[in-house]
Design a protein around this ligand. Structure first.
Ligand SMILES: [Zn+2]
Ligand SMILES: [Zn+2]
Ligand SMILES: [Zn+2]
Length: 526
């Protein structure tokens, strides 16, 4: 359901349909808001702690990022299938009426086995449509979405899996008499092609969602807009100023990744070669550059790379492509190992194990001397390392890593101060710093104070920065912006209690403190 929009669907010179601005839109403003996408399906690992109807996530990875959820919100199991959970009776009723009535028995009979999320999303769509519950102004645009079914059919192995899953969705849906298998397969392919990652306001992945209007937005590696989500709501917001009738682009992949990796991901999943302004310049931009050319790799790392070339296939993976010739292949294999460590760490649920793996990957980037600090996956590993290090309790180390990201990485990767990734990183760091500053009896906090690191002032400065940008990144009525402003008010009340002049000259104090804070990140070896 579209709530507010300053965008229209039109023919795109890039591909098929696209979204276009209805008026001039300055940076940091709402373009389009959708109160509920057509369909949303949670990751299996999120079923236990997230409402299956409004997608409120009741457990964060740490005390830090979970704070936008009101205290006391919890989810209860559906008494039928014992698998889906809801935050309220209202959510349970809505979900039951739309599709869960058909799905509940089925899930219950699966002996704890879980259906993949794309299958569940397809079942939801088929069941809901069979009951006539999808409005025609949603259903018609859905049917017009690109399915890429011919490319999928031509892809060999992948096609066999797709057919099997589409067949499952058709059989399991309460709609197998309403729609034939071919139609179900097309719906499945359309979900696969057009779904977005369902995320929390702090960008933690929860599952997938699909909305036919949102799905019209095309991709660019240099986008002028981004998507943020808030429970079941989804909004497009402007990253840069957009002129009336200009096409609105978002990114389907992480655009801080190197050219070859972006191209591979886009080709593999969406079957197109990106020809955006960045991609047309080839692998020549900051995302691609290493500190030196392949022939300058030192002897020790040449030997390591030659060994890795024998025992792994990373250098043959097109997403790791660096260049032709034996020297470039050495860099490809090292890059492959780094991305592999990063991806493997993401799959680990134990924070200690994940932090160890990330540390290993970061050391590789550091010791080969190849990586600038902002080049991927070095930069992404550092943020995940911070989050996992918080969970294992090493707060000072997490704090120093955060300082490094704040000063030397994020301003380069996300030059707009209201970029949602930058705002969320700063929020995480602000909450961590606030927590550290509240532990006044802690030996480390005391010793930091002795060398002039005033965590109270740093926390205030960071929070002030988040509060100044969050209305642009998330919108002032979003639950995240409200949580940020509430926290800011709380901190002000705390700081001025018994000393009404405590905030006087605060901006000057922050200015003095900032070089000390920056130094903290520089002390790290890697
Ligand atoms: Zn709910
Ligand atoms: Zn159920
Ligand atoms: Zn591109």
């Amino acid at each position: 359901m579209t709530d507010q929009k300053y965008a229209y669907v039109g023919k795109s010179p890039v591909a098929g349909n696209g979204l276009f601005a209805e008026k001039d839109i300055p940076a940091g403003e709402l373009i389009l808001s959708i109160s509920r996408p057509l369909v949303g399906a949670l990751d299996v690992s999120r079923l236990a702690d997230t409402c299956a109807n409004c997608f409120i996530w009741t457990a964060g990875p740490s005390i830090i990022t979970g704070t936008y959820v009101d205290e006391g919100v919890s989810v209860k199991k559906c008494s039928g299938c014992q698998q889906l959970r809801y935050c309220s009776k209202k959510c349970q009723r809505q979900s039951w009426k739309r599709y869960h009535k058909d799905e509940c028995d089925l899930i219950d009979n699966m002996d704890g086995k879980q259906l993949p999320k794309v299958v569940r999303a397809t079942i939801q769509i088929l069941s809901t449509q069979a009951k006539g519950l999808i409005n025609d102004n949603i259903w018609s645009p859905f049917l017009r979405l690109e399915s890429h079914i011919n490319e999928m059919r031509a892809s060999g192995d992948q096609w066999a899996d797709i057919q099997l899953m589409a067949q499952g969705a058709h059989n399991f849906s309460g709609a197998r008499y309403a729609f034939d298998l071919q139609f179900a397969t097309e719906v499945f392919a359309r979900v696969l092609t057009n779904c977005m990652t369902l995320v929390t306001p702090t960008l933690d992945p929860l599952g997938i969602c699909l909305d036919p209007i949102a799905a019209c937005a095309n991709h660019s590696c240099d986008p002028n807009a981004f998507v943020v989500m808030d429970g079941p709501g989804l909004s497009f917001r402007s990253l840069k100023p957009i002129k009336k009738d200009e096409e609105i682009f978002i990114s389907y992949v992480d655009v801080t990744n190197p050219h070859a990796r972006r191209q591979y991901e886009l080709k593999h999943r969406w079957f197109f070669s990106c020809r955006c302004s960045k991609c047309r310049k080839g692998p020549t931009l900051q995302e691609d550059l290493f500190n030196f050319t392949p022939d300058e790799l030192d002897q020790r790392w040449r030997e390591t790379a030659d060994h890795l070339l024998k025992v792994t296939k990373f250098a043959d993976d097109p997403s790791n492509w660096v260049g032709a010739g034996p020297e470039a292949r050495r860099i490809s294999v090292l890059q492959g190992v780094a991305f592999d460590e990063y991806e493997e760490a993401q799959a680990l649920s134990d924070p200690k194990a994940a932090a160890d793996k990330l540390q290993h990957g970061m050391l590789l980037c550091h010791q080969t001397k190849l990586w600038p600090v902002y080049r991927q996956p070095y930069a992404a590993m550092r943020h995940d390392f911070l989050v996992n290090t918080v969970s294992t309790g090493n707060l000072p180390l997490a704090f120093a890593q955060g300082a490094r990201t704040y000063f030397t990485i994020d301003p380069i990767l996300y030059p707009e101060t209201h970029h949602p990734v930058r705002v969320v990183h700063n929020w995480t760091l602000a909450m961590l710093t606030l927590y550290i500053s509240s532990e006044q009896d802690n030996v480390i906090v005391k010793s930091m104070l002795e060398i002039g690191i005033n965590t109270g002032i740093i926390a205030y400065g960071l929070l002030y920065e988040v509060a100044s940008n969050v209305d642009k990144s998330h919108g002032n009525s979003s639950s995240f912006a409200k949580a940020v402003h509430r926290k800011m008010d709380e901190v002000i009340v705390d700081m001025t209690r018994g000393n009404s002049g405590a905030l006087r000259g605060m901006m000057d104090k922050i200015k003095e403190e900032w070089p000390v804070f920056e130094q903290l990140g520089k002390w790290l070896e890697y």
